[in-house]
Design a protein around this ligand. Structure first.
Ligand code: G16
Length: 541
């Protein structure tokens, strides 16, 4: 087979964001766009000759075509082996696990995560390193740099491979190994959790519903929840991955998973429900009549993980992204373990997990995970919840009440303003940044500002630094607001406003009511309505 050397030119904007390179699907489908970026990855990581790679995606539109292209490019550049999920599918956590289990040098995950798919939706490419985690900033910077100097890419002149056929194939000198995307992952889950205990819980008439949102976790959830754990057939909904996610928005939150959310507040609600996102790394947890915020979920999991086989020895430490609520910090304090706050982006947890400083990590954006892989993991979080419930044998709402009685409640909400003018958004943040030195000591809308900062982070393991990671404003009494611009959107800018207030006594309020003073103070400081013309957020989680 011939290796083609195809001339190209740098394409502007091939700069990975919070989680890989995300663009409109049709942008990725432009001739040479994907090829340029993939060659930039190869160049940025020192080539792939002789290396072992993992490849899979969440099944969105262009997944298969992109997988075929990447296989031809890996072969043209001399990769020794590429391990591919059957049909080009792999959830993000399953890909992370395969990289680690097989000692691969890295992997490519085709996903724009929770962003909508389809020809008019989004597509994305993420590169993960040998530890199974998202490429750290230094690596993504090298990939971007390589993209600015690219003058050719290499492509094997070959036919498509039958991605549905499990087994070994060859492309030139490269072995292409097509594997079942689910089995290794399911085995890992069985090694961490007490499946007998969960089976026994389900045997008591405990009912559950899992919404796979027509995304990649469908086959995983069917196999684990229904086949291996015995949940009633049909417990997993929307289980077949579709290229456009059934025209849905595969983001597991109260807005985009509204049918599931509403079902949990109906008279015949199941005992427990959960949903996952496009690529299977996010989760939403619900009990009958209660939504558990991702921040609270992290805190509950940290407080109870020792009840579960995989975490019986206790946690080494916990980590959260800075905008995530401080609920988990209170648990860490009670447990006498360290709590780390990192910038937004799972990639920042990698060094802490690798160094054994943290066991559990979580983010307000519906991501929770542990050192079993180097990605957040939606189904893992669901299984951890189920295993803990199997021990507690009490409704989720009662468990939450118990948790808040013990630790107090960090009321929390995120307000998103989507698709706003990028220049307006940048000015809003810049102006807040400029106002920071004079902010502490002011009283705004009746709330005293105690401290305010532009969040910067120095990694305690490798000393790398990240600056300008969000404006963090501490109000008196443990209240806080964080403002930052999303790094995962593909249209205009998304302003995220994270709101938090601690209450040790009164833990039964509506979060939006409890947070009203923080919302008012933040509006006064940032002038969101005046600047953007938006009087209400597009999404409240
Ligand atoms: C990605 C990152 C997460 C981050 C989230 C939101 O998640 O992996 O660490 O919290 O984006 O980021 P932003 O606020 O910049 O939009 P995913 O699930 O999209 O890969």
């Amino acid at each position: 087979m011939t290796i083609l050397r195809i001339s190209t030119q740098p394409i502007e904007g091939q700069k990975p964001g919070t989680s890989g390179l995300r663009k409109k699907t049709q942008v990725f489908m432009q001739p040479g766009y994907l090829e340029n970026f993939v060659q930039s990855i190869w160049n940025g990581v020192g080539g792939v000759a002789g290396k072992v790679l993992v490849l899979g995606g969440d099944g969105r539109h262009f997944n298969t075509e992109a997988a075929q292209t990447i296989l031809r490019m890996a072969a043209a550049s001399g990769a020794a082996r590429v391990i591919v999920g059957q049909g080009g599918l792999l959830s993000t956590p399953a890909a992370s696990h395969l990289i680690r289990k097989r000692g691969a040098d890295g992997g490519i995950i085709l996903s724009a995560s929770h962003n909508p798919g389809g020809i008019d939706g989004d597509f994305g490419v993420k590169f993960n390193t040998a530890n199974g985690g998202p490429a750290p900033e230094g690596v993504t910077a090298r990939i971007h740099e390589a993209s600015t100097r690219l003058d050719h890419f290499l492509m094997l002149d070959s036919a498509d491979l039958p991605l549905s056929e499990i087994g070994q194939h060859r492309l030139g000198d490269t072995v292409i190994e097509i594997v079942d995307p689910v089995s290794e992952y399911a085995t890992l889950m069985e090694s961490l959790f007490d499946f007998d205990a969960i089976r026994a819980l389900l045997g008591t008439g405990f009912t559950l519903r899992f919404d796979a949102m027509h995304a990649v976790t469908g086959p995983y959830a069917r196999e684990i929840l229904e086949n291996r754990l015995g949940a009633a057939p049909g417990s997993v909904r929307n289980a077949v991955p579709l290229p456009d996610f059934g025209a849905g928005h595969p983001d597991p939150n109260p807005v985009w998973a509204k049918p599931l959310f509403d079902a949990m507040f109906a008279a015949d609600a199941p005992d427990f429900a959960a949903a996952s996102d496009g690529d299977g790394d996010r989760n939403m947890i619900l009990g009958r009549g209660i939504y558990v915020t991702p921040s609270d979920s992290l805190a509950v999991l940290a407080a109870n993980a020792h009840l579960v086989p995989g975490y019986r020895d206790g946690l080494k430490g916990v980590a959260r992204s800075m905008p995530t609520s401080r609920a988990v910090d209170r648990v860490a304090e009670a447990l006498g373990i360290a709590a780390y706050a990192t910038p937004t982006g799972w990639k920042f947890f990698g060094t802490l997990l690798d160094a054994g400083l943290a066991t559990l990590c979580g983010e307000e954006s519906a991501g929770t995970g542990s050192d079993h892989v180097r990605e957040k993991d939606g189904l893992w979080a669901v299984l951890l919840w189920l295993n803990i419930l199997a021990e507690w044998r009490m409704p989720v709402a009662a468990m939450m009440a118990d948790h808040w009685a013990r630790f107090g409640r960090n009321y929390y909400s995120r307000h998103d303003y989507e698709g706003i003018d990028s220049a307006v958004a940048a000015t809003l943040i810049d102006d807040l940044r400029g106002a920071l030195p004079a902010m502490a000591g002011q009283t705004v809308a009746g709330l005293a500002v105690e401290a305010a900062r532009d969040f910067a982070y120095t990694d305690p393991v490798d000393g790398s630094t990240a600056h300008k990671q969000g404006i963090e404003i501490d109000f008196a009494g443990g209240a806080r607001a964080v403002l930052r611009l999303s790094g995962t959107g593909t249209e205009g800018a998304t302003l995220r406003v994270y709101l938090e207030r601690f209450d040790a006594q009164d833990t039964g309020q509506d979060p939006q009511v409890a947070l009203a003073p923080v919302i008012a103070a933040t509006e006064e400081l940032a002038g969101i309505a005046k600047r953007t013309g938006r009087t209400a957020p597009d999404v409240i989680t």
